[in-house]
Write a protein that binds this ligand. Structure first.
Ligand SMILES: Nc1nc2c(ncn2[C@@H]2O[C@H](COP(=O)(O)OP(=O)(O)OP(=O)(O)O)[C@@H](O)[C@H]2O)c(=O)[nH]1
Ligand SMILES: [Mg+2]
Length: 456
């Protein structure tokens, strides 16, 4: 038997001064609470203007009250919303008063994400949708909003559910075959098990691809500007950010510290890090700066290695580039992209089409550079079916794909391995179930919801 859950209350709008502030209450039966406020029945889903009064009948706040009887509410329980005035103190008093009125119901403050958790537990939304709400609220680009909305409306979950259904079908087929050992292979061939496997594999890969795009949209990338002193790293940072952020001078060794700035390329948040020019230095401060440059290089998704194209002697930069490549190899950082950029195009005579040439000063070639960055990140412009995935989703999808691949190897081994084939399919299905939350341990669920903010 399911334990009765205490009713919960929290401010649903941001805390601060605002025209209105909304307090939300959710509980299995809030009829008693309503009877404390009104001496007549309250119409469902209609706004009623009312005063919330203290025990001496003094008004605390006046606002609109809306009652959403279960199960037609966000959480699937009875929900009451009180739309009062959005002051910090007045909202606190409103919440306190409701808690007093609901004392016998054990009304208490909600924990972070608890409303969403209840919606999930009451099958109003699945886990991927609950996460999409959090992602929608936190989205910082139009593209991210669009794909969060797609997930929220269930597009992502539907894809996962379809895959699970395909897997179930194939598993049933295999299980049935196992009961008739003599006919196994023939039966599977007739049912085209290999084709079914291929379809599942391809759909899963498509979902994974769309999710990787979404993860890029959500998590962005770290781009580090590196190179010898004076090649124009800080100038490029300023050009990309369209602001004078870093100091630019003709003196080699101007930048001592890492300077960060976030920009958006096609909706993807990109952290640009400008670093101290790399060279042998005896200056105490500069030496620390250069150590930090090396640390930033190791953290990068993409390194933009800048050269001064107006300089006919590239020996220093050549050596430096070698050193960076060696360091990346040594630390097993093969996934870091390095793009060579020839700067100060305006002062140089460059006619090499294979080189990426820019002028950080005039901005020439910078649009081209941005495109190269997006390309290196694997971003496909105009992709309208991006799924705003979290790392958690990517992990589950990758593991599911591993099991699907493993299954294939058993299928090709013939009769003796059919049970192993079925087992891998089951494991893949379990991994997919983690995404929508149908198969996720309670402690993990709790962890996911507690990362949401209060009132959500
Ligand atoms: N003509 C021209 N000058 C540039 C260009 N980019 C940078 N400069 C000049 O080159 C000098 C050095 O530029 P910075 O941006 O400070 O170079 P940096 O790589 O950050 O140098 P450090 O911080 O010392 O490592 C400045 O005088 C800039 O004005 C460019 O595209 N064209
Ligand atoms: Mg600099």
């Amino acid at each position: 038997m399911q334990l009765k859950r205490d009713p919960i209350i929290a401010q649903a709008t941001a805390i601060g001064k605002a025209g209105i502030g909304v307090v939300r209450i959710s509980g299995e039966d809030l009829g008693f609470l309503l009877s404390k406020l009104f001496d007549r029945p309250v119409a469902p889903r209609a706004a009623t203007l009312t005063h919330l009064r203290d025990e001496n009948h003094q008004s605390i706040d006046q606002g609109l009250l809306i009652y959403f009887p279960a199960p037609h509410s966000f959480t699937g329980e009875d929900v009451i919303e009180f739309h009062g005035h959005g002051g910090v103190l007045v909202m606190n008093l409103v919440i306190q008063r409701f808690i007093e009125l609901g004392k016998s119901l054990r009304l208490r403050l909600a924990k972070p994400g608890e409303f969403s958790e209840r919606a999930f537990l009451n099958n109003k939304i699945d886990l991927a949708q609950a996460e999409a709400i959090a992602d929608l609220i936190e989205a910082n680009s139009v593209a991210a909003i669009k794909s969060a909305n797609r997930s929220l409306s269930g597009v992502f979950s539907k894809k996962i559910d379809n895959l699970v259904a395909q897997l179930t079908h194939l598993r049933m087929l295999v299980e049935a075959t196992l009961d008739f050992p003599e006919e196994e292979i023939e039966f599977l061939e007739n049912a085209n098990a290999a084709k079914q496997w291929q379809d599942i594999h391809d759909s899963l890969q498509a979902v994974l691809h769309a999710s990787k795009q979404g993860a890029l949209l959500k998590n962005g990338a770290l781009v580090v500007l590196a190179g010898a002193p004076n090649v124009g790293k800080s100038s490029l940072l300023n050009q990309l950010a369209q602001q004078e952020i870093a100091i630019v001078t003709p003196i080699a060794g101007t930048t001592r510290d890492r300077i960060r700035e976030q920009i958006y390329l096609d909706g993807i948040p990109i952290q640009i890090v400008d670093t101290a020019g790399l060279r042998e230095s005896h200056d105490e401060v500069e030496k620390i700066g250069i150590e930090r440059s090396w640390a930033a290089i190791g953290d990068a998704d993409i390194i933009l290695f800048l050269r001064d194209a107006s300089n006919t002697d590239q020996t220093d930069s050549d050596l430096l580039l070698k050193e960076i490549n060696t360091s990346l190899e040594f630390h097993d950082h093969q996934s870091i992209h390095l793009i060579e950029v020839w700067n100060k195009k305006d002062q140089a005579n460059l006619q090499d089409e294979n080189r990426l040439c820019i002028s950080a000063k005039t901005g020439e070639g910078v649009e081209n550079l941005k495109e190269r960055l997006l390309q290196a990140l694997g971003w496909e412009q105009h992709s309208d079916n991006v799924i705003l995935a979290r790392q958690r989703h990517l992990n589950s999808l990758n593991l599911a794909l591993d099991h699907i691949d493993q299954a294939k190897s058993y299928l090709s081994l013939g009769n003796a391995s059919l049970e192993l084939f079925a087992e891998e399919l089951r494991l893949a299905q379990d991994k997919l179930g983690e995404i929508t939350g149908k198969l996720l341990p309670d402690d993990l669920l709790g962890k996911i919801f507690s990362s949401f903010c209060i009132g959500k």
